[in-house]
Design a protein around this ligand. Structure first.
Ligand SMILES: O=C(O)CCC(=O)C(=O)O
Ligand SMILES: [Fe+2]
Length: 364
């Protein structure tokens, strides 16, 4: 074979890959709409990273520890705080029931997000951007600018703080989206603040509700009130070969807490627990809440930001809505001094696990 011929074949292949990779950047939904019988090479994970490599993986469904918000606010608070602490230490996850957010608000949020994903590609693609700091971003995979293998997910990310600044940038279509996200983000923010208060209390950083000096606990909460909030709508189309790819590859969330509404009909979220992948069984009308990297750092490793991932399936698309919360942009996240002691020294290893970092958040 002449060198010129080899070069030509190589160039053609590179060109093909370029054309292909452009298609992949348009998202999985767009790709599936054109009909797919097989998973394209770009989404095929190396054999050892595929979802069903071990028989044990995913064989068990897991009922996460349940925290009842109504009990957290009543006479059972101290006992419930202990359960909260145990869940954050042992699982990094819990399900929150009786959360008080109206089902209408949840439904409207899901419906608006679903309608967004159903818009023609030209409309959705207006919000594609490489810039991670923009207040609205439609995209695909985990980080499409870095991933060598893509995951089977499209997303819409809406920055929610401060609302008055970001709102004019949010998609104007579908018509109901802005109002649905405003309502939902306000409700999840106040729920998050209740949970943060409980978390601080469970770590012994504020006094129990009955004894607390109002001003003292408010001081602590101010930074959290002004914190960042990102709402992420995830869409995972059904997949012809689900054992070759993942909706989201193993990751931990960057913030303090994530309040997740998983699809109630379609399972898919798996967490790493006791050395294996287990599938979360969502309880209807509840949130799945997880500890993020910033809380792991802040708690000096007492609470765990646990790896999780998402399976896809050949039958049905899946949706989830995540609300990720942390301190304001540019804040320093470091272990609370009260949680560092000779017996529990500062744990630098916990800082290294951060995988998704808001660009301006410093961690040291
Ligand atoms: O779709 C899910 O159940 C999980 C989504 C997730 O992990 C995330 O958005 O960070
Ligand atoms: Fe996550």
């Amino acid at each position: 074979m002449s060198p010129a011929f080899v070069l030509e074949v190589q160039t053609n292949r590179e060109e093909e890959e370029l054309v292909e990779s452009h298609q992949y950047h348009d998202g999985v939904k767009h790709l599936c709409e054109r009909g797919l019988a097989k998973v394209p090479r770009k989404y095929i994970l190396p054999a050892l990273e595929r979802p069903f490599i071990s028989k044990k993986d995913g064989a068990t469904n897991l009922k996460l520890p349940v925290i009842d918000l109504a009990k957290l606010q009543g006479p059972d608070r101290v006992h419930t705080l202990k359960s909260l602490s145990k869940a954050c230490e042992e699982y990094g996850f819990f399900q929150l029931i009786n959360h008080g957010i109206a089902s209408e608000s949840v439904l409207n949020m899901f419906q608006a997000a679903r309608k967004f994903f159903e818009l023609p590609f030209e409309e959705r693609s207006k919000y594609m951007s490489k810039d991670q700091s923009v207040p609205v971003r439609y995209g695909t995979s985990f980080n499409q600018n870095k991933d060598s293998v893509f995951c089977w997910r499209d997303f819409l990310k809406l920055s929610c703080h401060p609302l008055s600044d970001v709102l004019p940038n949010w998609p104007s279509s579908p018509a109901e989206l802005r109002q649905a996200v405003v309502n939902y983000s306000k409700e999840t923010k106040s729920l998050y603040l209740m949970l943060v208060k409980a978390v601080l209390e469970s770590l012994g950083l504020v006094e129990t509700a009955e004894n607390a000096d109002e001003n003292d606990s408010c001081d602590h909460l101010e930074e959290f009130e002004d914190g960042s909030q990102l709402i992420v709508a995830n869409f995972y189309p059904s997949c012809p070969e689900p054992d070759l790819t993942l909706g989201m590859t193993p990751h931990s969330d960057y913030g303090f807490l994530t309040l997740l509404l998983p699809d109630e009909e379609v399972k898919g979220l798996q967490i790493q627990h006791e050395g294996r992948w287990v599938t979360v069984e969502p309880i209807p009308n509840s949130f799945v809440v997880n500890v993020g990297d910033h809380l792991e750092i802040f708690s000096n490793g007492r609470y765990s930001s646990v790896l999780h991932r998402v399976l896809v399936n050949p039958f049905k698309s899946r949706m989830s809505i995540a609300s990720l919360h942390s301190l304001p942009f540019n804040s320093m996240i470091r272990p609370s001094p009260k949680l560092i002691s000779d017996a529990n020294p500062r744990q630098p290893k916990h800082v290294q696990r951060i995988q998704v970092l808001l660009e301006d958040t410093q961690i040291f």
